[in-house]
Design a protein around this ligand. Sequence first.
Ligand code: ADP
Ligand code: MG
Length: 248
Amino acid sequence: SELVKHILYIEDLTVSFDGFKALDGLNFYVEINELRVVIGPNGAGKSTLLDVICGKTRPEKGEVLFYEKIDLKKLKEHEIARLGIGRKFQTPSIYEDLTVLENLTISYPKKKTVFSALFFKLSPMDKEKIEEMLHFVGLIDKRHLKAGLLSHGEKQWLEIAMILIQNPKLVLLDEPVAGMSAKEREKTVSLLKKIAPGRSMVVIEHDMEFVKNIAQRVTVLHQGKVLCEGNIERIQNDPKVQEVYLGG
Ligand code: ADP
Ligand code: MG
């Protein structure tokens, strides 16, 4: 039929680094408006998967389709971003010397460069949208603070805001709670729960507690392959998963 079900349709994906297969014939399908959590031990290939989706790493083999039709392998990173795929890296990539507000302003979709963003006058409506986003992530009171002065958690939330302000169709988050305190983790969970409805998301995390809190469907990666996939109960009861987590 003509109905498109998947925002990501990935088949037989293989990525090699000097002969070592970081991804090894991976199949990965994410439905439109699904929140998928990807877990797996260090080195499983989780970040590599996101690198392929956003065009940073070229696969050796396989199919990487957006909405079952757009071949992401053929596109450059900026073209993929423009399609509406927003990626958050493991370490925050914000401009530490700019204020929180300026960081969000330069991410605003109409602005092409840092320079034009800072000297271009935003319309009252644009400003309102940016302020709404700052409220949403809890950074409105810190909008005039240099981003470098934010706490680790606040930097992560700023970066999430910088992605969301672009209204992406697919949000990719790589370990959004890494290095966070328990309180910050809690806040991030509630933020992600608010973001998720009506959005397609892939969230990488290896903290099981965090996963239990937000997960709908979970994919467990191990040695570049899917080890197990399903809801959290299924994952937790799978002997292969237990072995990898307890034995690793
Ligand atoms: P994860 O995010 O699950 O911890 P990665 O996707 O970062 O794992 O890495 C998977 C494997 O691929 C690791 O063994 C890593 O060392 C290797 N790898 C990742 N990126 C590169 C690269 N650019 N060059 C060489 N090896 C890499
Ligand atoms: Mg990683």
